[in-house]
Each structure stands twice: as structure tokens, then as C-alpha cells.
Design a protein around this ligand. Sequence first.
Ligand SMILES: Cc1cc2nc3c(=O)[nH]c(=O)nc-3n(C[C@H](O)[C@H](O)[C@H](O)COP(=O)(O)O)c2cc1C
Length: 356
Amino acid sequence: MRSPQTDTQVESAEIEIGLRTIPSRYFLSPLAGYTHLAFRMAIRELGGLGLATTDLVLASMLVSEKPKSMALIATDPDDRPLSVQIFSGLRDELVQAARWLEEHGYQAVDINMGCPMAKVNGNGGGARLMCDTENAQATVAAVVEAVSIPVTVKMRLGWDSNQITAPELACAFEQVGAAAITLHGRTRQQGFHGTVDLEGIRQTVEAVDHIPIIGNGDVRTVEDAQQMQAVTGCDAVAIGRGAMLDPWIFRKLAQVNLGESPTEPTAEEQIDFLVRHFTLMTRQHAEYSCLLFRKFAGWYGARLGIPEDLEDRLRRFDSFSEFDAIVQEIHHRHGERETSIPTALLKVPNGPIDKW
Ligand SMILES: Cc1cc2nc3c(=O)[nH]c(=O)nc-3n(C[C@H](O)[C@H](O)[C@H](O)COP(=O)(O)O)c2cc1C
């Protein structure tokens, strides 16, 4: 058992995870459908990001090299450091997928034990794995034994408030060689409702001996990240939706850690980010990027204060020339509408959790 870091301890910007040195303690938490290669690369270029993780990939599909899975794990030499997140309810599939990743040059593997979706839990994967400590430990042990790259786990506090298993599981995973744990401070039963339980994360930090615990959940601002660190004593912070709402959050955190004031991006920087994001997407998806990019229209529209008609065009464009024309207009017309930091544009599963 260890004591959480306190404010008086000097913390370096870097952090070791397994044999890897990660340059910053602020990580990008995976958001399936959003944190794809282009988004990761565009965010990395803004500065301050430590580790990024791919969207969750079904282990069996990865090993069969299904095109959709290959697209999810697409990466680039500049997309480092990266972990690939796999999920399955079957231990052997996780082992095979981890081996496949190592053989194909990936540097780390993350096991999903937090996904609350019924189709994932129904097959014993995601958060369902947290319900049986012995099985979960044996699963992590098998994956660790199968590869020499670091194996990490991303999980929740437990299945529900009656089964807060994260502290016990974190200890069990540490004993069998997990390199780090990312902990979303909600139970599976909570889904995305309620607020994150920082005390629950703190108890897990205190339960392990030495492996890094990465606190996760509801970090939207520099102050939220600082609070997460101060209250839980976690070693690093993973930011998901907060990075969508403010891709500059990692840069701001780096600035603050250097004793500087965080700077807001100018409108031109934001437009550059929009163009960069799309351009990087076209490298992977060519013309299909026009379709894929549309779901970001509302976000850029609100952020840049672009009038509804332009946002609408961004929602419907289907050619590179149309994209260029829209960007030209944005240069002239951003700020016509009041700008805001969009807060509700990222859909989370809703309704009764039993129906997810
Ligand atoms: C749309 C969406 C997709 C997500 N996809 C994944 C995923 O693929 N793997 C995973 O471990 N967590 C996933 N999460 C959970 C996030 O990584 C994170 O744990 C959660 O959103 C809480 O952190 P945040 O408040 O910083 O977003 C997803 C969350 C959302 C909203």
C-alpha cells in the first residue's frame, strides 16, 4: 500500500509505464468514434499530450485482420506513444490479440474492463470482467505472460455501488504484472450519470504498491485536472470528453505546469485545427472523410461561432472542393454567431442501463 502523492512532493512531467517513458501525465482517454488517428495526431500537434489510446477493438476481429479493426488501429510514426485497447470476454482471444499487436510492432496493449454496453458485457467483456476478481486477475496474468510489451487495464470503480471492486482488482492486477491502471470514477451501473467519485479513485491509488493509477472522469478544465490529482493522488490523468470540448486542454496543462498562464487558441488557430483534422483524416479515408467529418460540424460550429448555414454545409459536404469553400467562408464569417464551448455534442448512451 502506498500514500498518494501530496502537493509538497515534486512530480516530474514524465511518467514511466512499464518500460516506456511517457512525456506528460495528461493522457487522451479513448472515445470510440472520435479519438481516431486523425484526431489523435491533430491533438498531439497542439502539444502537451502524453499517452493516447485507440478506440476499443474486438480482440477476435483484430486477430482476423478485419478491415474495420485495421482502420481502428491505424497509426503513424508520429502517433506515439500509443496503446491499443482490446476487448473480449474470452481470455484466449485477448491473449491472441496482444500477441498479434506485439508481432506487428505496437508498443502497448490496454484491456477494456470498463465498457458498460450490453453487447460487450453480454459476452463477458468490458465491465463484466470486473465481477469476478479471480477470473479477471487470471486474464490479465495470461496477457502479461504472453507479451513483453506493457499491459494496462482500463476499468471502472466496480459493477455497481454494492460491488466496488477497483481497489481489490488493481492490487490483483499489479501482482500479476499490469503496468498501469486507468480508473474511470463511476460504476458500470452509473453509466455516464452522476458525478465521478474521486474518493473511490483515491482508495484505489492507496491500494496498490507502485504501479501508476491514471484518474479519469469529468475532467473538462485545467482546474478539474488539478483537482483530480490533488484529491485522488493519482499519477496521471486521462481526459476523454474534455479533450473533445477543448483540444487545447493538454497544451494548457503543460503551460500551467511550466508556471505559465494557459493560453486560449485564437480563432485562426481553431480554424487551422479544423483544417488539419480534416486533412489528416483524408490521408486515411480519402473521399470518405467528407462523411466521417460531418459529425464534428456542430462542435466546430459552436466553437468558432460560425453561422448556422455554414455549420449546415459542414454537416452535408461531400467533396474536398466544397470543404475548401466552406473553410474560406469560415475565415470571413467566424464569430458572426456567439462562440461557445459546446458541452452536449458528444452523445453518451442514455436511458435505463439495462437497455444499453
Ligand atoms: C462516446 C464515448 C466513447 C467511449 N469509448 C471508449 C472506448 O472505446 N474505450 C474505453 O475504455 N472507454 C471509452 N469511453 C469512456 C471514456 O474513455 C472515459 O472513461 C469516460 O468518458 C469518462 O471520462 P471523460 O469524462 O474524460 O470523458 C467512451 C466514452 C464515450 C462518451
